[in-house]
Design a binder for this molecule. Structure first.
Ligand code: YXS
Length: 259
């Protein structure tokens, strides 16, 4: 695989993000490779998976591949977009998926990490929710991933400011399971994976699925759902959305007008 590497150690699979030149931005190609690796691990009956980047990276992942966001008047983060596929694959993978993180985690990648079952981070990790920087209407189940992972007031601050939350704060807020010195990142992560694979796989798998269903159990009326979609559409139909994408491509600060 060109943009990731995979490895196995007994019943534990590892996926290493390996596209440093683009800061592991979540292109359809990269996500396709992760999903193919998860599918392979599923067939091989592996009992835990670790998703990580190469040791020492400054950026774990720069988020959604901005070059692939549609130019306008089309939902950029619809049901079928690659990040949504990946988040669903992680949530539906029958065994726990552990994110092992050092470096910055941006936008859609922040959701991917928070969608993992267990998160272990080093002091260099940071997390940013970035749609307001680009004028992107984040999608509804993605907002739910954030709300399930952090207190609502934290999600608001992160979403409204788009500023990164550092490792210590992410740990204090309960967004991640463990914050460990960099030298212990691998041993703690794989120690957890080994504890998991030593347990009864059917019980672990069923508890994961129970928790997934319960976390998603937020009933919304048809009218409420249509309003949520309508609100998003205001953003992706706007000039600001096009300006956000153009500014990133032209490597300049965007000039947003609120329309
Ligand atoms: O110029 P080249 O070809 O070398 O490419 C550059 C960047 O354009 C590219 N790159 C990306 N390409 C597509 N999508 C991205 N998200 C992305 N991020 C980076 O990678 C090459 C190296 O980038 P460079 O020179 O900026 O690296 P750096 O080390 O100086 O800075 C690293 C970052 C992460 C601070 C910087 O690349 C950055 O700010 N990236 C964008 C972070 C971001 O806003 N992510 C959100 C993506 S959109 C998303 O996830 C959702 C749709 S949303 O925002 O709604 O949550």
């Amino acid at each position: 695989m060109a943009l990731i590497e995979t490895a196995r150690d007994g019943l534990i699979g590892t996926i290493v993000l390996d596209h440093a030149a683009k800061r592991n931005a979540l292109s359809s190609e990269l996500i396709g490779e992760i999903c193919a690796a998860l599918a392979m691990f599923r067939v091989e009956n592996l009992r835990a998976v670790v998703i990580r980047a190469r040791p020492g990276v400054k950026v774990w992942s720069a988020g959604f591949n901005i070059a692939e966001l549609p130019e306008g008047h089309r939902d950029p983060l619809g049901w079928d977009d690659p990040v949504r596929h990946l988040v669903r694959e992680i949530a539906r993978f029958p065994m726990p998926v552990i994110a092992m993180v050092e470096g910055g985690v941006w936008g859609g990648a922040c959701e991917v990490v928070l969608a993992c079952d267990i998160i272990v981070i080093a002091p260099t990790a940071s997390f940013a929710i970035t749609p307001a920087k680009l004028s992107v209407p984040y999608n509804i189940s993605g907002m739910l991933t954030f709300l399930n992972a952090a207190p609502a007031c934290t999600v608001r601050e992160m979403a409204f400011t788009a500023k990164p939350v550092d490792a210590a704060r992410a740990f204090d807020l309960g967004m991640v399971n463990h914050l460990v010195p960099i030298e212990e990142l691998e041993s703690v992560t794989y120690g957890i994976a080994r504890d998991i694979v030593a347990n009864a796989p059917l019980a672990v798998s069923v508890m994961k699925e129970q928790l997934r269903i319960l976390e998603a159990a937020h009933p919304v009326s048809p009218e409420g759902f249509e309003r949520l979609q309508g609100l998003r559409r205001v953003v992706y139909d706007s000039r600001d959305y096009q300006e956000g994408l153009r500014a990133f491509k032209e490597k300049r600060k965007p000039r947003f007008e609120g329309m």
